[in-house]
Design a protein around this ligand. Structure first.
Ligand SMILES: [Zn+2]
Length: 271
């Protein structure tokens, strides 16, 4: 069940990804921008369906050269998009960060157009595992929306020391059975798959979502792209098929099965 170690190279995956990433789009967009980030937080930005919220975020928040974060509250069929944190300007390193002033069942944050990676960071995934209060997490990015659901809470022991896991393979090996190790492994794989260029890679995204959903019990990760196509959502069906096959293999070998079939036919003929 454990991911293999050999291709997990944890030394500075960040520096490798810089080369092909896009330059900051934020400064260009400022001139024609109507929406202004509120100065007082928390602040309700809008309410609507998730699709409407994504459109709003894409037009107004993803062009900011800083991460935004907050919570979503559900009111009948509509969601309220509440902003409760704004990160610092994203510098040349391309890394963004945003601290929520408070958590709720549903949290969200942006990976703006100018950020180096459009996919979840290890910390993004760990967050929903760590805090029992958070059951759903959205990450809005230029290609669509990441969605994670998880109910429950993992201990620090179960998660492992993320900093150590990211530092070196030798250190990561000490945490092989942890969620942190698994997340780092698949994040790094995705990083390698999409870098350089930071391109939208649906196959790599699907694998990433499926693997995390399979390996971390209770976690469900999907990605919905701009056309509404949901990636990483086929986990249940394929798992059922596989487990059926496994069961039948365990119960009887092929030879035995054909024998049984034959005897069944004989029996039915007799009748
Ligand atoms: Zn993030």
């Amino acid at each position: 069940m454990e991911p293999e170690v050999e291709s997990l190279t944890v030394d500075e995956p960040e520096s490798k990804a810089v080369a092909g990433t896009e330059s900051k789009a934020g400064s260009e967009a400022v001139a024609s921008k109507v929406f202004k980030l509120p100065t007082e937080l928390p602040s309700e930005l809008m309410s609507g369906s998730l699709n409407e919220i994504f459109k709003f975020v894409k037009t107004n928040l993803l062009i900011e050269n800083k991460e935004c974060c907050g919570i979503l509250t559900k009111v009948s069929n509509n969601f309220k998009l509440i902003l409760n944190g704004i990160g610092d300007e994203i510098d040349a390193s391309g890394d963004g960060v945003c601290s929520h002033s408070s958590y709720a069942n549903i949290i969200w944050h942006t990976h703006p157009d100018s950020v180096k990676r459009y996919y979840p960071s290890i910390e993004d995934v760990v967050k929903i595992l760590k805090h029992s209060e958070i059951t759903e997490s959205y990450i809005f990015c230029k290609y669509g929306v990441w969605n994670m659901t998880y109910t429950g809470q993992q201990t620090n022991e179960k998660i492992g020391n993320i900093e150590a896991i990211k530092t070196s393979q030798a250190q990561a090996n000490l945490y092989k059975s942890t969620s942190g190790y698994i997340i780092n492994y698949y994040n790094f794989k995705l990083d390698k798959a999409v870098a350089p260029g930071n391109i939208y890679d649906s196959a790599a995204i699907t694998t990433y979502c499926d693997k995390l959903s399979q390996k971390i019990s209770g976690l469900k990760m999907t990605f919905t792209d701009l056309e509404g196509i949901v990636l990483g959502s086929k986990k249940k069906r394929s798992k059922k098929k596989r487990s059926k096959k496994k069961r039948s293999k365990k119960k009887r070998s092929k030879k035995k099965r054909s024998k049984k079939k034959r005897s069944k036919k004989k029996r039915s003929k007799k009748k």
